[in-house]
Design a protein around this ligand. Structure first.
Ligand code: NDP
Length: 392
């Protein structure tokens, strides 16, 4: 059957795990998508190769010092090169119908908001922007007539099974969690884990930051906050359930006792294809779920004691105001420090908790406020790092 009319897209964070998977789906649908802009932080060679291959109009590196390298790598291609944070925002402002927001961390906030403000369809992988600035993002989505399509597999699953016209009949949303590589480890063993062990996720292949977040289960905490903003249900109605096989991507329980779930092999190309094709479903080159082969699905309650990040995220959501932005910024600093060997695995949640206690910030009224809170929390997390590193 003929493909539908082509859709112009931009991919922010094109060189990352979600970005590469996005372009993989694009490459499986020749003629269906046109690429407007692609961005990266500093991966110039990969970005230039992608821009040439997909005929992008614009390629942007966030790191301004890499501008000349990018320009040289794109020489003769006809692709425009740009660099720096303003250029990232410009990439999001370019006239693409759909923007894949797949930058990692709060660096994704300003470009995501730029896409929202011009009323685009925003396929949102960058959960940190909703964690930091949930109310501000969702109110701008409303005001500007934008559409948010969740790409995170759990939220994408809920998006697929949530009957928004029956929100009053929803008892709860159940976010499933794989439990990460340390699901069965005790705290003593966790104290000694290395970045290499923490990066080895049992089910999903992802970027470094989200892999560490999965190991601490902060990822599920961030997803709790993300779900709160995306689906308009109170925090008490969002549960977390550990499901080691990552086959059920999430569920919605209704008041008649029905529980609706979305299942699939753990491959991000399924939710990405869903978002790229929406409202149509398009082919994704993923393995098909074989439940006879999976045979057993297991479930267990999450353990806040071994994974305190879950508790911290729920507390930050309850506290509201600046707390989620502080939680996120401190976590970004902590994860980076852990990956560089400057903080223990258990130190990640300790540092986040310390920053949450030390940061009685005013609730943000604007994106500029969020950015300021984010910067201050980063400074205070970095200042606390030497003390944390010294604590056994
Ligand atoms: P990666 O680390 O693999 O990729 C991140 C992308 O963002 C890269 O293109 C990177 O460029 C770019 N980038 C990094 N820092 C900056 C910055 N300061 N300014 C601008 N661009 C930057 O991340 P993932 O693809 O794993 O994750 C992206 C987002 O999607 C995260 O928010 C994550 O939580 C979310 N997500 C990811 C999933 C996954 O399967 N990976 C699943 C669900 C959600 P460069 O290559 O040059 O460094």
């Amino acid at each position: 059957m003929a493909e539908a009319a082509s859709r112009r897209i931009s991919v922010l964070g094109a060189t990352g795990s979600v970005g590469v998977n996005t372009l993989d789906i694009v490459s499986h649908h020749p003629g269906r998508f046109e690429v407007e802009a692609l961005t990266a932080n500093g991966s110039v060679d990969v970005l230039a190769e992608q821009a040439r291959r997909f005929g992008a109009k614009l390629a942007v590196v966030a790191d301004a010092a890499r501008y000349n390298d990018l320009k040289a790598a794109l020489s003769g291609s006809g692709v425009e090169a740009a660099a720096g944070p303003e250029a990232l925002v410009e990439a999001a402002e370019r006239p693409a119908e759909l923007v894949m927001s797949a930058i990692v961390g709060s660096a994704g906030l300003a470009p995501t908001m730029a896409a929202v403000r011009r009323g685009a369809v925003v396929a949102l992988a960058n959960k940190e922007s909703l964690v930091c600035a949930g109310e501000l993002v969702t109110s701008e989505v409303e005001r500007c007539g934008a559409t948010l399509l969740p790409v995170d597999s759990e939220h994408n699953a809920i998006f697929q099974v949530l009957d928004r016209a029956q929100l009053h009949a929803v008892e709860k949303i159940i976010l499933t969690a794989s439990g990460g590589p340390f699901r069965a480890l005790d705290r003593t063993a966790m104290a000694a884990v290395t970045p290499k062990q923490a990066l080895a996720h049992p089910n999903w292949s992802m970027g470094a930051k989200i892999s560490i977040d999965s190991a601490t289960m902060m990822n599920k905490g961030l997803e709790l906050i993300e779900a709160f903003h995306l689906f308009g249900l109170p925090e008490e109605q969002i549960d977390i359930l550990v499901h080691a096989q990552s086959v059920i991507h999430s569920m919605v329980a209704y008041k008649d006792g029905s529980v609706l779930a979305q299942l699939g092999d753990p491959d991000m190309r399924t939710p990405i294809a869903y978002a790229l094709g929406w409202p149509e479903r398009i082919e994704a080159p993923v393995s098909r779920l074989d439940l006879a082969k999976v045979a057993t699905l297991t479930f267990e309650a999450p353990d806040d004691r071994r994974f305190p990040s879950l508790r911290l995220a729920r507390e930050a959501l309850r506290a509201g105001g600046a707390a989620p932005a502080v939680l996120n910024a401190a976590n970004e600093v902590a994860v980076e420090a852990f990956l560089k060997g400057g903080l223990s695995f258990l130190g990640i949640a300790d540092l986040v908790e310390r920053c949450l206690q030390e940061n009685p910030e005013m609730p943000p009224q604007s994106i500029e406020d969020v950015i300021e809170i984010d910067q201050r929390a980063r400074q205070s997390a970095k200042a606390a790092l030497p003390k944390m590193a010294a604590t056994p």
